[in-house]
Design a protein around this ligand. Sequence first.
Ligand SMILES: [Zn+2]
Length: 121
Amino acid sequence: MANLKAEPAQLAQAKRCGAKTRGARLGRPCRAPAMPNGKCRMHGGRAGGPFGARNGAYRHGRYTREAKEVSAFFREMAHDGEAMVARVMHKHGLKPPRAIRRRRHVKQAIEAAAKPKETVK
Ligand SMILES: [Zn+2]
């Protein structure tokens, strides 16, 4: 309580966090000054360290957001290609290769192709 008065004038004017607290203040709202996001430094901060090479755990970038997006894109292209192979083979009365036969997107592509007069995505 007394330390609220000890806050710098700038902070004393700030909105309060208001998060539901645990521990000593059980259930009562947090009274620490809020940041622009409306919560205090303890209740509304971004988790984790800096992104990319600035982070000490960074090694080669294999798991960066960008790398993950790239591999997701290639995975999707591969799925589309397998689905196309499955559709075409189905059209010619053939089973898709064993390696891809049981994959969900392949099964869905075959099901979609088997239904007459429905647009295939
Ligand atoms: Zn708080």
